[in-house]
Write a protein that binds this ligand. Structure first.
Ligand code: GLU
Length: 519
């Protein structure tokens, strides 16, 4: 039998990083099993629909490198793959449940349902849901009878279709990650299957589509585990074989850390966008222009725009809830496909730690060739109208490669190579700039004039000659030299910096600093 899995997001905003992990695990499993990965858009909740979200999901999956074999944006034998276009299908299956006595019409208004809740609460009932017991007190086709039901419907009274959950039944299913789950039907409520707008709820649409699209494995987040018993029951009502279930562990909030990485506050619960905003890391794969709780426009910078490589993000997400049983940390996508198994997905939630994502990014950045990184530098500078030769860019890459986490940091942190800094680090000026250092720099500058072949080695040699003559240690002059050349107190190798600046510019900057900071 062909293995078929699906990623079934709702287009309600940016695709949360947890959703990307769900998509990834589906993809890895499908690839490993030689199966197919489907994309279905679950947009039956019109209130939560956000324009642009579907396109965003498709673009995100493309960027991450998750190829969809069938579904929205690709097509296939079970089209349409957007649930809002499958209305009639769900109506037909809802009718099937109604005819078989597994579902019923309910006419209760929200106020009536609320009144029922309050009545039950006042009577001290623990369970106030619309269920096998309370439905006998409500306005539905079970209590009203066929004639009254027909009369109300003919009169255009709004209604929903509810699942008729049996009073006594043990529901059992095996989760591939969590093993056997046993739930008693009396803990479930009579969930709405069709809403008064004629659209199905998630529950009905989800299982009808998983059945029709011949899904063999439902791999989704743990937050859907409580819905699974209802789904199992619906499969049984229809007389269909249920797919296998695998509920992925939650991604948990990171702890709050101070600048040094010490834990200030241990945090519990599911990772949210709010955590990401507070701790300043991306929650979406691509930049998303959305609105906040107060309906104000906000832009959330994505992993792509923040400079994360897809290899790094995939590697990070793959290990956020799974490992191959060894200590291995670096996996290419092919290796992940080879090693992945649902049995090795963890049951317990995984704590999100952005430092790990950065660490992976650093690793993948260092693994890139200088040529590739240099091309990126030239390109990025060009966008700012700054000319840079490939040769210079490669030198800059060699200077910075081991010092940065994100590719854009290579040029962002070396802008001083393109124009002398207008300011000098004030603390460093105060503590490191003095007459002795200034005098030595002046000598060094003069000495450079005699040099014909200027490069890092020659600059270093010249500096040593000057220092030896004066009988001073190199530490006396290096901070001042750095200030003169870069304006900063810290940074990459100074000899290489001089090499990139060239002799004349090195001399100019020393002269400029002597002029501004004094001798
Ligand atoms: N539409 C649901 C979501 O947004 C899909 C859940 C499932 O995979 O069954 O997460």
């Amino acid at each position: 039998m062909e293995i078929r899995v699906r990623f079934a997001p709702s287009p309600t905003g940016g695709l949360h990083i947890g959703g990307v992990r769900t998509a990834l695990y589906n993809y890895l499993f499908a690839k490993k099993m030689g199966g197919k990965m489907l994309l279905r858009i679950e947009d039956t909740d019109q209130k939560r629909f956000v324009p642009g979200a579907e396109e965003y999901i498709i673009e995100s999956l493309k960027w991450v490198g998750i190829q969809i074999d069938e579904g929205q944006g690709v097509g296939g034998p079970h089209a349409p793959y957007r649930q809002s276009e499958r209305r009639e299908i769900y109506q037909q299956y809802a009718q099937q449940l109604l005819d078989a006595g597994h579902a019923y019409y309910a006419f209760d208004t929200e106020d009536e349902i609320e009144a029922m809740r309050q009545r039950l609460q006042a009577a001290g009932a623990a369970n106030t849901s619309y269920n096998a017991l309370t439905r006998t007190q409500m306005r539905n086709s079970l209590t009203l009878g066929a004639d009254e039901t027909k009369r109300l419907m003919d009169a255009g009274t709004p209604y929903v279709v509810r699942a008729k959950i049996p009073l006594k039944e043990e529901i059992r299913f095996k989760d591939l990650i969590r093993d056997w789950q046993v739930v008693h039907a009396n803990t479930l409520d009579d969930k709405v299957l069709m809403k008064s707008d004629g659209l199905p709820t998630y529950h009905l649409a989800n299982i009808v589509d998983d059945h029709l699209m011949q899904i063999t494995h439902v791999i989704r987040g743990e937050e859907w585990l409580p819905s699974a018993p209802l789904h199992v029951l619906l499969y049984k009502f229809f007389g269909w074989q249920a797919p296998q279930f695998a509920h992925l562990p939650l991604i948990l909030k990171p702890d709050l850390l101070d600048e040094k990485g010490n834990v200030i506050e241990v945090r519990h619960g599911k990772l949210s966008k709010r955590d990401a905003d507070e701790m300043n890391f991306p929650i979406f794969p691509l930049t998303w222009n959305g609105t906040n709780d107060n309906d104000e426009d906000i832009t959330s910078v994505g992993y792509r725009e923040a400079g994360y490589y897809t290899d790094a993000l995939i590697n990070f997400l793959a290990l956020l809830g799974w490992n191959d049983g060894s200590d291995k940390e670096f996996f290419t996508v092919d290796e992940l496909v080879q090693s992945f198994s649902l049995e090795r997905v963890h049951k317990a939630g995984s704590k999100f730690d952005i430092r790990k994502a950065k660490w992976f990014n650093q690793h993948y950045l260092r693994a890139k060739s200088d040529t590739e990184l240099a091309a990126g530098v030239v390109e990025a500078l060009k966008r700012q109208n700054i000319a840079c030769t490939t040769e210079k860019a490669e030198k800059i890459v060699r200077l910075m490669k081991e010092r940065v986490t994100f590719p854009q940091e290579i040029h962002e942190q070396t802008m001083f190579l393109f124009a002398a800094s207008e300011t000098y680090d004030a603390t460093a000026v105060q503590t490191k700039w003095n007459a002795e250092a200034a005098g030595l720099l002046s000598n060094f500058k003069d000495e450079l004039t005699t040099l014909t072949d200027f490069n890092a080695e020659a600059a270093k040699h010249t500096l040593h000659v000057v220092l030896e003559k004066a009988g001073v240690k190199i530490g006396k002059v290096m901070p001042a030299l750095r200030l003169a050349l870069t304006g900063a107190a810290n940074g990459p190798d100074l000899m290489q910096i001089m090499d990139i600046l060239g002799r004349d510019e090195t001399q100019n900057r020393i002269a400029l600093a002597l002029g501004k900071l004094g001798r």
